[in-house]
Design a protein around this ligand. Structure first.
Ligand code: SF4
Length: 410
């Protein structure tokens, strides 16, 4: 059974700013919760199959499968998210992202527990360093919501909760490598951590001269919009680092008015807002849904960034969309969206030092007619002209290209 350590139980890190760090990482230092406090919403999530079915008016026939899936990866659904799911509709695209099914127990060839082979790139607990100039910090092992397709659903978070000394090691690692310009806070969801802890961490990062950017990958402002509170905006607004916040949304129905208001607040703190999603069967594998999502994101002040091709993580095969289907969808989407609202379809390929864009092979241009040659010259066929026999013709047949259409990015 996969379990995740609640954020409140994470080990307290240690830094040279000992007193500030001690206060920052003390749960006791947190104030009591108000009615709209995100911490109360985080605590009171739906976390049992029965509670989820009852909340959404679903038939009991779903219960055995939900229990089986829940045993492998526990249910977590905040009420703010559940309120956007249509009652009594097992096909609701938001419900599909959170409802465990018995299909999750299927063990299929090619589906693995670590599809991105991240374990190969963790020089220190809590630190993933795959790309030259940016690193990822596992700032939390918990999430507000558990998404059934998550590629980290089997990730050993318990092995990546840095101790006090290990947090110091991470900061030392960043100080020592001047090639690193960007730190990505991820998890789990980094924003489940208390604001005091995040404020301390971001302040410490800001003191490293060669760091330029702070990027935060989070789903919390989407699933609990009240997370975007004054404290968060305070530490985010205070750092000298350029700030990018990448939310995770897969369907326009996730972006209600409360989310839009949260995005407006983030923008006012000077944060660049992007979205990444995953292409998922039965959730967003159509042109209509992807168009509506991109349009709604832009209304909320967010630009589409990545659409991740499906990663073959064990337990999520029922969400699989083939690369060919995904590429066809992207081609069709071009007719419906302006270029700046087109997400990039990418895959993380283990061992590559960047994301890998996926696209269909280029379409051959129609042959260009050549002027008639009236005289025969050496090496030129009078009937066909010079191009027909040229070995340097630039029109490769699509079949000569990589059939997956995968192009390694620079
Ligand atoms: S919020 Fe992100 S990290 Fe957490 S379960 Fe969902 S996809 Fe995975």
């Amino acid at each position: 059974m996969i379990t995740r350590t609640p954020a409140s139980l994470h080990t307290i890190p240690h830094t040279s700013h000992e007193s500030r760090a001690s206060e920052a990482f003390s749960s006791a230092a947190e104030a009591p919760s108000a009615p709209n406090d995100w911490r109360a919403q985080l605590r009171d999530v739906i976390r049992s199959p029965q509670a989820l079915l009852e909340r959404l008016g679903l038939e009991r026939e779903w219960l055995p499968g939900a229990r089986d899936g829940h045993e492998l990866f526990a249910i977590r659904v905040p009420e703010a998210y559940a309120s956007r799911i249509r009652a009594n509709d097992p096909d609701d695209p938001l419900l599909r992202q959170v409802l465990p099914l018995d299909a999750e127990t299927d063990v299929l060839d090619g589906y693995v527990t670590d599809p991105l082979e991240e374990a190969e790139h963790t020089p220190l607990p809590g630190l993933i360093h795959k790309y030259t100039n940016r690193v990822l910090l596992m700032a939390s092992g918990g999430c507000a919501i558990n998404c059934r397709y998550c590629f980290r659903r089997h990730f050993p978070y318990d092995d990546h909760q840095p101790s006090r000394a290990q947090w110091q090691d991470i900061l030392d690692y960043l100080r020592a490598d001047e090639r690193i310009h960007e730190v990505i806070l991820s998890g789990g969801d980094p924003l489940v951590s208390p604001d005091k802890r995040l404020a301390w961490l971001v302040e410490s990062l800001g003191e490293i001269p060669h760091l330029k950017r702070l990027r935060i990958h989070t789903r919390l402002p989407v699933v609990i919009p009240d997370r975007v509170n004054d404290e968060l905006l305070g530490w985010l607004g205070a750092t000298r680092l350029q700030k990018v916040l990448v939310i995770h949304t897969n369907h326009a129905n996730e972006l209600d008015d409360a989310v839009a208001a949260a995005m407006t607040r983030l923008k006012s703190a000077g944060v660049t807002l992007l979205n990444q999603g995953v292409i998922l069967r039965g959730v967003n594998d159509s042109v209509e849904v992807q168009t509506a999502l991109a349009e709604r994101l832009f209304e909320c002040g967010v630009l589409p960034y990545y659409l991740h091709a499906f990663d073959p993580v064990q337990g999520a095969a029922h969400f699989a969309v083939s690369d060919e289907e995904a590429c066809n969808l992207m081609e069709a989407l071009l007719e419906h969206l302006p270029g700046f609202l087109m997400p990039r379809l990418v895959r993380e390929v283990p061992g590559r030092r960047s994301k890998t864009p996926l696209s269909k092979p280029p379409v051959s241009k129609p042959p260009v007619s050549k002027p008639t040659v009236s005289k025969t010259h050496p090496g030129v066929d009078a009937a066909t002209g010079p191009s027909a026999s040229s070995p340097a013709g630039d029109e490769r047949e699509p079949s000569s290209l990589n059939p997956t259409g995968i192009i390694a990015s620079a």
